[in-house]
Design a protein around this ligand. Structure first.
Ligand code: NAD
Length: 514
């Protein structure tokens, strides 16, 4: 099996060693790809090449879909209790190997080790929820819709489904997808991010160890081409996607035009509205943690703070706290912020900051030229704060996805809500206040799908669903929770007649039950 990188193996390996190729998973076998082209997986703190991701060939992709299709009938007919029990074992194994998983996330993605544990844990919670998912798969029953006739609905799986993942949560997001899909009775093709595929492979090994039969979960690798094959393949019935707008909208339209069910979670610009009565320490700490944690590479990161009333005092508090954060490689014990994912990402973020400065924003904290001892080639950006930002600026219009907080002003709560509502995204938002009246108004009026009240990153737990709105989501059934089960099942409605004297001769009239 491919052994993804851990801190220990990295320490032992010499730089001259040839990086291993990441395996495919087809029909229960972890295989070397016959691809000619590979993409390097690079440790963003050091630029070391950790492993190589194959651009899966068309034949390999076809074999993965065929394996999933072949496994489907038996898996669909496996009792739901047996499927749940595999999830019960799976969650136990994830707990057992959480350190190994987190180390892999840190090495490939860059986030700090404690934050990588959070990545694993938030995915684990979805698996835990799958252990009792049968209650969400229940149908409905109406007796006697006509004399001696009952109607009931049952939720059946779709068949082969697929998931396409982003780089920023290499453990959590695959776990948003395949556990829900397979517990509902589907089989699955997972396409991890080409930037950090290791956690997906480790999770697939654990799923196999937990008893998931061969072919139920398959893994292919690559980028645009493999994604287009997934969109086009007639045997794939549904696609879960998480990532950028460009990819998401492309996948949504291409796959929908082939008749597939699609759910796409996309980009974000999450605003925190800070009222003058907000509790000072809690609010300032929450803003700094949510803006700069994971180097701002969370789709629910707070990337814009809208201060109602005075802003200067808040800016000072944010700068003071942000300056204390330690920027370093994620494996360093005291690191608060790791690197961003790539050199290109760093350049894009720095250019957006610069464009903000050039269009009149005030740079109150500049982390662009940070030097990190021992990691001179890492993609580091220190916490950066731009004030006096206005909605027409490019840095506001685009998702920055880096450790950059924009500060804006509003004269009233309604003005702040108007700013949030005019933004094209609607993933998450938060209000900080001690007024229940203000919080209630905000919750009601704000045009965003996930709202925090004195909670900076309101990512719902798996018994709810992840409910981004507007440009942050395409589709109509959200990820995980009840909506996730609905996404991965289709309703069959049965009308059954069981009575002693079945009929009264031929009738050509539309049946009614008057
Ligand atoms: P990305 O869109 O670059 O990549 C996501 C996946 O799509 C990858 O597997 C990649 O191989 C594939 N892909 C990329 N471009 C493609 C194209 N043009 N055609 C077909 N496939 C393509 O996203 P990323 O940089 O890995 O992730 C960051 C983005 O994900 C941010 O925009 C972030 O907000 C978003 N995100 C959203 C959520 C959410 O729940 N809303 C969660 C996490 C991340």
């Amino acid at each position: 099996l491919y052994r993804p990188y851990s801190v220990e193996s990295a320490a032992k390996s010499s730089h001259a060693e040839i990086p291993p190729s990441v395996k495919l998973l087809i029909g229960g076998q972890f295989l070397d790809s016959r691809a000619n082209d590979f993409i390097d997986v690079i440790n963003p703190a050091t630029q070391d090449v950790l492993c190589k991701v194959p651009l899966t060939t068309v034949e390999e992709f076809e074999a993965a879909v065929a394996a999933a299709k072949q496994a489907y009938p038996k898996w669909r007919d496996t009792p739901i209790t047996a499927r749940q029990r595999i999830m019960l074992k799976f969650q136990e194994l994830i707990r057992r190997d959480k350190e190994k998983l987190a180390q892999n996330v840190t090495m490939e993605q860059g986030k700090t080790l404690p934050d990588a544990h959070g990545d694993v844990f938030r995915g684990l919670e979805v698996v835990e929820h799958c252990c009792n998912m049968s209650t969400l798969q229940m149908g409905e029953f109406v007796e006697n819709v006509s004399t001696g006739i009952d109607t009931y609905s049952i939720r059946q799986p779709l068949g082969v489904c697929a998931g396409i993942c982003p780089f920023n949560f290499p453990a959590m997001i695959p776990l948003w997808m395949f556990p829900v899909a397979v517990t509902c009775g589907n089989t699955f093709i997972l396409k991890p991010s080409e930037k950090d595929p290791g956690a997906s492979i480790l999770l697939a090994e654990l799923a196999a160890e937990a008893g998931l039969p061969p072919g139920v979960l398959n893994i292919v690798h690559g980028t645009h081409d493999i994604v287009n094959h997934i969109c086009d393949h007639p045997d794939i019935k549904a696609i879960s996607f998480v990532g950028s707008d460009v990819a998401g909208l492309h996948i949504y339209s291409r796959a929908a035009s082939k008749g597939k069910r699609v759910q796409c979670n996309m980009g974000a610009k999450n605003h925190a509205v800070v009222m003058p009565d907000a509790e000072i320490d809690m609010t300032a700490n929450a803003l700094v943690g949510a803006a700069f944690g994971a180097a701002g590479q969370r789709c629910m990161a707070i990337s814009t703070a809208v201060f109602v009333g005075d802003t200067k005092a808040w800016e000072d508090r944010l700068v003071e706290r942000a300056q204390k954060l330690k920027v370093s490689a994620g494996i360093e014990p005291l690191a608060d912020i790791g690197p961003v994912i790539s050199k290109q990402a760093k350049d894009r973020i720095c250019n957006l900051v610069q464009s903000g400065v050039e269009s009149g924003a005030r740079l109150v904290l500049d982390g662009r030229n940070i030097q990190v001892p021992g990691y001179s080639s890492g993609n580091f950006i220190g916490p950066t704060i731009l004030a006096d930002v206005t909605p027409d600026m490019e840095c506001y219009k685009q998702e920055i996805f880096g450790p950059v907080l924009l500060c804006m002003k509003a004269n009233s709560l309604s003005e702040a809500i108007e700013v949030v509502n005019k933004n094209r995204y609607g993933n998450g938002t938060a209000i900080f206040t001690t007024s229940g009246v203000a919080a209630r108004l905000f919750q009601h009026e704000v045009d965003v799908g996930q709202v925090g009240i004195n909670v900076p990153i309101p990512v719902p737990l798996p018994f709810f669903s992840f409910t981004g709105w507007k440009g942050s989501f395409a589709g109509d059934m959200n990820f995980y929770g009840k909506a996730g089960v609905h996404f991965f099942t289709q309703i069959k409605t049965v009308t059954a007649q069981w009575k002693d004297s079945a009929g009264q001769g031929v009738t050509t009239v539309m049946p009614t039950s008057q």
